[in-house]
Design a protein around this ligand. Structure first.
Ligand code: SF4
Ligand code: SF4
Length: 198
């Protein structure tokens, strides 16, 4: 894909995120899954994210916030990174509330990342090497689907392919030289917006 302006990439990413939300809403409705009153907020899940385009867009959202709010999130992210490192050094998988979660509400709702949008329902992803990955959905989804026939499954592959296309559109030829992204959301916040000139 040809290099695109940042504005065009963001517009397309916003539209892609809307489509993810609509696929998610259809699927969760079929399962009967609702986050309302959920006793386990999944924003404590530990994930890495892998694209510059989502990292850049996340920062566009953060930069729209009042400075003191943004600084609060940065401070919480620093705590998160430190605590997650300590847990991993003790052989535990971190389970810490996302630094952007304010009493159950996402502080960057429109700019939240793909995994945040897909986690709840059963979904699959075919990687470029042909490997098929399956995700069972959240604990509530697993409970609701355990005796269900023909469980609705979201195939994340076409959505992910579009995301990769936008990554290429944002980075152009630099996609070959920039280091791979493998960061938690907290790390993306602590590091600041990505430097795309590398
Ligand atoms: S996706 Fe699942 S675990 Fe997360 S808040 Fe919704 S119901 Fe709860
Ligand atoms: S970015 Fe928002 S939706 Fe994603 S884990 Fe953090 S608070 Fe939850």
């Amino acid at each position: 894909m040809k290099k695109m302006t940042r504005q065009a990439v963001f517009r397309k990413l916003g539209a892609l995120y809307e489509r993810m939300a609509s696929v998610y809403a259809d699927t969760s409705a079929k399962i009967g899954l609702s986050c309302e009153g959920c006793e386990e907020n999944c924003c404590t899940s530990y994930f890495q994210h892998h694209t510059y385009v989502e990292w850049t867009y996340l920062w566009q959202g953060l930069n729209q916030l009042p400075e003191d709010k943004r600084n609060e999130y940065i401070q919480r992210s620093e705590d998160y990174v430190r605590n997650a490192k300590a847990m991993m050094e003790n052989g535990m998988r971190p389970k810490i509330m996302c630094p952007l979660n304010d009493d159950g509400l996402c502080g960057v709702y429109k700019h939240r990342l793909m995994i945040c949008r897909m986690h709840g329902v059963v979904n699959t992803l075919r990687q470029p090497n042909g490997r098929q990955l399956s995700f069972p959905g959240c604990f509530k989804c697993q409970d609701l689907t355990k005796e269900m026939e023909n469980v609705p499954v979201v195939d994340r592959t076409p959505l992910y392919k579009e995301l990769v296309g936008l990554e290429m559109g944002l980075l152009g030829n630099k996609i070959r030289t920039l280091p791979k992204v493998d960061l938690t959301l907290a790390e993306m916040i602590v590091m600041g917006p990505p430097n795309l000139n590398g």
